[in-house]
Design a protein around this ligand. Structure first.
Ligand code: HEM
Length: 140
């Protein structure tokens, strides 16, 4: 098994072949294209969020460099890759007062971004399901 990384500055293109998480979820990380795939997804998603009039006001003060780095680590961990996200979703989002319609817009942007990675329709649904499960922590 590979080392569990807290943050992924050292994650190379080949990382993720021996990560944490359940075997099924680990497969999702690999099928996403490992760290390169996660980074491509996050790059595309960040552009969409910044341009999305329904929600871009939430991000006016956001340091996107940091945001992207954290999101890469989180999605790597969520899909079974060799990262560990040490943050608190509820803690980060609480003060933002995000409503259900904002959450839905965010997920629509994720769904649109999933076209940049080579994932099967089934895997896309699986990833969206993992994210949708975070709704209670994000929406207040
Ligand atoms: C499943 C859905 C979501 C995931 C996985 C997610 C993930 C993240 C992550 C990993 C961070 C960085 C936190 C850190 O610093 O450790 C973050 C920050 C942030 N998220 Fe989300 N998020 C989600 C939904 C949303 C939604 C729906 C909005 C608003 C519409 C939003 C707005 C923000 C903002 C503005 C920040 C930056 C906060 C700051 O500047 O300190 N997020 N999110």
């Amino acid at each position: 098994m590979g080392a569990i990384l807290v943050g992924c500055p050292a994650c190379g293109a080949g990382a993720g072949t021996g990560g944490a998480g359940s075997p099924g979820a680990e497969g999702l990380f690999v099928r996403l294209g490992g760290m390169d795939g996660v980074r491509a997804l996050v790059d595309d998603l960040t552009s969409r969020l910044a341009a999305d009039e329904r929600i871009h006001h939430f991000f006016v003060k956001t340091d996107f460099r940091r945001f992207k780095g954290r999101l890469v680590v989180q999605l790597c961990a969520l899909t079974g890759g060799p990262c560990r996200y040490g943050g608190s979703m509820a803690g980060v989002h609480r003060r933002l007062r995000i409503k259900a319609q904002h959450f839905d817009a965010f997920l629509e942007d994720v769904a649109a971004s999933l076209t940049v990675v080579r994932l099967s329709a089934r895997d896309r649904v699986e990833l969206l399901k993992l994210l949708r499960a975070m709704k209670p922590e994000v929406v207040k």
